[in-house]
Ligand binder design. Structure first.
Ligand SMILES: C[S@@+](CC[C@H](N)C(=O)[O-])C[C@H]1O[C@@H](n2cnc3c(N)ncnc32)[C@H](O)[C@@H]1O
Length: 306
């Protein structure tokens, strides 16, 4: 792991010290050093309830939510991928409380409550159906400033092969009745339930990383959100970077990126994953009060049961 940094903790550093890097530390603490309104898009998945601690680490939802909203640009988007633990036979509904907090306390719009469907969910305990989906809460600071809809072929449930439909009838100047038709689009925006293969290495397109982290989410999921809610050159953040899936998606789609991850082992995994090209890894584990004071300038599978 590279630990070189031109700065010391508590001192102001340039955006080049966090752009294109994985900062190893607690996300709330690290973000407290970021300037206001420097992030275009957050795509992330926090640990779900106490299902896993990823090496005994904890996080503070309310403090993190406040920081995320502060660093988000107007029109920026947070994609919060989350599900609930089942405790004493009952789902915790933590995911819903978090969404309500983002809306009622932080003032974000709940732009779209999307669903991540697992095409091949792992078996669930007895007495209930297999758990096959998670929330993908799309939260925005005002109206999203970027939306690049992913198109897919129009579903034709009735086997209708027409390319035009009759909208109505009108008479021409000679009094003859003419059909008014409209063109039926072949491709339409995708629905807000997205389905991905999970497990068995299907989450990562780089096989050597598929099992490196216990809760990697599909690279395709990350890419689809990055493509939808940001434009090339925008800054994409994952404050629970894990194995670096969001960062890899951002990098491949020519976005700038920044990751924060508390577990040094996962920082190393993400580093290895991203350094298949070039990666500079910043570690703040020993420097908890690092501050980042300027604005960014450059451009830069579940498997999950978090
Ligand atoms: C669900 S995993 C994210 C996996 C990631 N989406 C991927 O595809 O690899 C959540 C991650 O958050 C990290 N984490 C937990 N508490 C944290 C904190 N306070 N600050 C930063 N990262 C934290 C865990 O170590 C874990 O890697």
């Amino acid at each position: 792991m590279t630990t070189e940094s031109p700065t010391t903790c508590g001192a102001a550093v340039r955006s080049s010290d966090w752009l294109g890097r994985i900062v190893c530390g607690d996300n709330t603490e690290v973000l407290s050093g970021f300037p206001d309104a420097c992030i275009d898009l957050v795509v992330t998945s926090p640990p779900y309830d106490d299902l896993r601690t990823y090496g005994g680490h904890s996080w503070n939802f309310e403090a993190l939510a406040a920081q995320l909203v502060r660093v988000l640009k107007p029109g920026g988007v947070i994609v919060w991928v989350v599900a609930d633990a089942t405790v004493n036979g009952s789902e915790t509904l933590t995911s819903m409380r978090q969404a309500i907090h983002f809306k009622d306390v932080c003032g974000l719009n709940v732009h779209d409550t999307m669903t991540y469907e697992k095409h091949n969910p792992p078996p669930t305990g007895s007495g209930r159906y297999y758990q096959a989906w998670e929330y993908m809460m799309v939260l925005s600071k005002g109206k999203p400033k970027a939306f690049n809809a992913i198109l897919e072929p129009r579903r034709n449930v009735c086997g209708d092969k027409r390319t035009h439909r009759v909208k109505g009838f009108e008479r021409d100047k000679n009094g003859n009745v003419q059909k008014k038709e409209y063109h039926i689009r072949e491709n339409v925006p995708r629905r807000n339930v997205w389905s991905y293969l999970v497990n068995g290495g299907s989450s990562a397109d780089d096989a050597m990383f598929a099992h490196a982290h216990p809760a990697i989410f599909p690279i395709a999921l990350a890419k689809d959100h990055v493509a939808s809610w940001s434009n090339p050159g925008d800054v994409v953040l994952d404050p629970f970077a894990g194995s670096g899936t969001t960062l890899k998606a951002a990098k491949e789609l020519n976005r700038q990126w920044c990751g924060i991850e508390i577990n040094p082992e996962y920082c190393a995994i993400a580093e290895a994953r991203l350094s298949q090209d070039v990666l500079q890894l910043e570690t703040c584990a020993m420097r908890p009060n690092v501050r980042f004071s300027d604005s960014p300038s450059g451009s830069g599978e579940s498997t999950k049961t978090p």
